[in-house]
Design a protein around this ligand. Structure first.
Ligand code: IMP
Length: 437
């Protein structure tokens, strides 16, 4: 078992932690990169030699030209998938892709329902601020066992039968909001039959592929989407997403047993950001500090372009996530961004109803009442992108001493060793401290 090299990378906060960059960095040594949850709600930005790749559905590893798998735990918008394949090919990348035959398909009425459900929730204060990509309604159909899977999509006759049932169900659901599906059954059938023709060659038994790769001793990288605080079970319900974003989701979402996983790396930003609705205790609102971090960090959603809320690093949250995910290492990203401020804070505990606590409340209403208890740190001198790259080449000890003190305190508070430190968007602005592959 010790010789296994299958590593899960998950977001240890609210998504947008810089997983795309870390996965791309680790993918250099991986022979297979696997996505296991979510759909095109995700947004991964990978920068290679100044060129930006914005991916939503394709694993970030595809930028390396490695073989990639989209597992059964994902939900697939075929139009988006085909567009991303085309964009990678236009960029000169060879696409080697296998999509699980068991992954569920997103239809236009899912996105329509997503928007309508959110409107109702917004009035009640229970909205998540979804990406409106139809993720929730598609997972609802999956859990209700009404859904259409990739194996049915690529079987023309079966697809016709399945889609007419699902369409009838969507019509009824939309009726409750006084709406009709934006596209007719015929339009959807024609459009999706065409997608199916193009995608058929990519569809197959993904679990077999992934397990075989692990058994053959290949380096396999599992790329989580979103962040663990958005997990349907362990995140901040109901303000999260509809899939399991935690490491366990890699097992169910790719069809691999827990006994075949060797490491779990949690990616955490040096501060906190959140796109979407719901309380975040360390949120700095529209303060000058938040604005400085947002501007320097380019904190705008990759998928929706929404400005992200920014705040201090929350060690209570990351500790909770570390336990649930069994993190073996942390990758701390965007440390360079904090040079935008003079003083930095870490939330070490919350005050809830006059009591200090280290627990992550299950009730969102309790979470909204949590007041962060902070420790303060000095920030470090700014440097240009090129200079950060030079510093990274010299290794960890070349980092500003204040930055090292900050990183080491995060490790102490979360009780997780630091595996990677990232000080810029480019691949070379990365320092690896622990062996991963
Ligand atoms: P959904 O996944 O579109 O249903 O959105 C549910 C919640 O997850 C919302 O708060 C979204 O803003 C958030 N979310 C979904 N995907 C991402 C992501 O990739 N990064 C950050 N937040 C996300």
């Amino acid at each position: 078992m010790n010789s296994l090299a299958s590593v899960i990378v998950i977001g240890a906060q609210w998504g947008d932690e810089g997983k795309g960059k870390i996965v791309d960095f680790l993918a250099e040594k991986a022979q297979l990169v696997v996505r296991f949850n979510g759909g095109n709600n995700a947004g991964h930005t990978v920068v290679v030699a100044g060129k930006k790749y914005k991916l939503h559905l394709m694993p970030s590893g595809s930028v390396r030209g490695e073989k990639v798998v989209i597992g059964n735990g994902t939900v697939i918008d075929p139009k988006v998938l085909l567009e991303e394949i085309a964009a990678l090919e236009t960029g000169g990348k060879q696409v080697k892709l296998l999509v699980s035959e068991r992954a569920h398909v997103i239809f236009p009425f899912h996105a329509q329902l997503d928007g309508l459900q959110e409107e109702v929730k917004e009035k009640k204060g229970t909205a998540a601020g979804t990406t409106k990509r139809g993720i929730g309604p598609c997972y609802m159909d999956k859990a209700g066992r009404f859904g259409v899977r990739m194996c049915e999509l690529v079987n023309e006759q079966l697809f016709k039968e399945k889609i007419s049932d699902l369409y009838a169900r969507a019509e009824k659901q939309l009726q409750a909001y006084g709406k009709k599906p934006e596209k007719t059954l015929e339009q959807i059938t024609t459009e999706y039959t065409e997608y199916a023709r193009k995608l058929k060659k990519y569809v197959g038994d993904a679990s077999e592929e992934v397990n075989d790769a692990i058994d053959e001793g290949k380096n396999v990288l599992f790329e989580g989407a979103q962040g663990a605080m958005l997990d349907i079970d362990h995140g901040l319900y109901p303000h999260g997403t509809s899939s399991n974003t935690i490491a366990g989701g890699a097992c169910t979402g790719a069809g691999v047993p827990p006994t075949k996983i060797s490491q779990v790396i949690g990616v955490a930003k040096a501060y906190t950001s959140r796109v979407g609705a719901g309380p975040v205790p360390t949120d700095l609102g529209e303060s000058d500090t938040a604005k400085a971090i947002r501007e320097k960090g380019g904190e705008y959603g990759t998928t929706t372009g929404r400005p992200r809320r920014c705040g201090w690093f929350d060690a209570v949250t990351v500790r909770h996530i570390a336990r649930i995910n069994g993190l073996t290492g942390l990758a701390i990203t965007k440390l360079d961004v904090l040079s935008a401020v003079k003083k930095i804070k870490i939330c070490t505990a919350y005050e809830l109803d006059g009591q200090a606590t280290n627990k992550q409340p299950a009730l969102a209403s309790d979470y909204a009442k949590c007041k962060p208890i902070y420790e303060e740190f000095d920030s470090w001198q700014d440097a240009s992108e090129k200079e950060w790259g030079e510093i990274a080449k010299k290794g960890y000890n070349a980092l500003p001493k204040e930055m090292r003190a900050y990183v080491e305190r995060i490790s102490q508070l979360t009780k997780i060793p630091i595996s990677i430190v990232s000080i810029g968007a480019e691949r070379d602005a990365t320092i690896q401290l622990k062996r991963i592959f």
